[in-house]
Design a protein. Structure first.
Length: 192
């Protein structure tokens, strides 16, 4: 239900599972699920494979092997997506789209009309990280998703990753979110 079939999806899942801990991996799957559900409820057409691959890889720039000392985590994660999808034989333009979706998911001003996959990833990650618009999703959907992909210690561990990024890269998007109170929003997330 919350996975996509195909070689590219399987490769993204395998790489995410290898490098992300359980909390971060489950967040990535939940982000996809929230975004896909949002699209379904609004009749939004999107590239399912592209969205799934971007969702599974979007936070790998927060992990030690892919953390860049100069790039924001979303840009580092975008590069991971480019490399993986090149190995999968994706055309250069499609590889660039995977990177773009990951980079743009940190911007709240990207509409579905402008870029549906980036918008869906932003909606999905915001719901899962801070509970933004989470009440728009049916309670049984949320409960089933959390049973399948538990949060574990996601909130505190994710906040620690963001605070680390902010301290080392004071001009990155994570630093802006830390300065604007993401800690409080994470703590108040109704998902736990």
């Amino acid at each position: 239900m919350w996975t996509v079939a195909g070689r590219s999806a399987e490769a993204a899942r395998e790489i995410a599972a290898e490098y992300a801990d359980e909390a971060l991996l489950n967040h990535s799957v939940r982000s996809y699920a929230f975004g896909a559900r949002y699209a379904a409820e609004r009749g939004l057409a999107y590239d399912e494979e592209l969205f799934y691959v971007a969702s599974l890889l979007h936070d790998l720039g927060l992990t030690a092997p892919f953390d860049s000392h100069t790039l924001p985590f979303e840009e580092a994660g975008g590069h991971v997506a480019r490399v993986l999808t090149a190995g999968l034989g994706w055309a250069p333009a499609r590889r660039a789209r995977a990177e773009e979706v990951i980079v743009l998911h940190m911007r709240e001003d990207v509409t579905a009309e402008e870029d549906v996959e980036s918008h869906l990833l932003q909606v999905g990650t915001s719901a899962d990280v801070s509970g933004l618009r989470v009440e728009e999703f049916d309670g049984s959907f949320r409960a089933e998703l959390l049973r399948a992909y538990p949060r574990a210690d996601f909130g505190p561990s994710f906040l620690a990753l963001f605070e680390d990024q902010a301290a080392r890269k004071p001009h990155c998007s994570a630093a802006g979110l830390v300065a604007n109170g993401i800690a409080g929003r994470i703590a108040k997330n109704p998902l736990g």
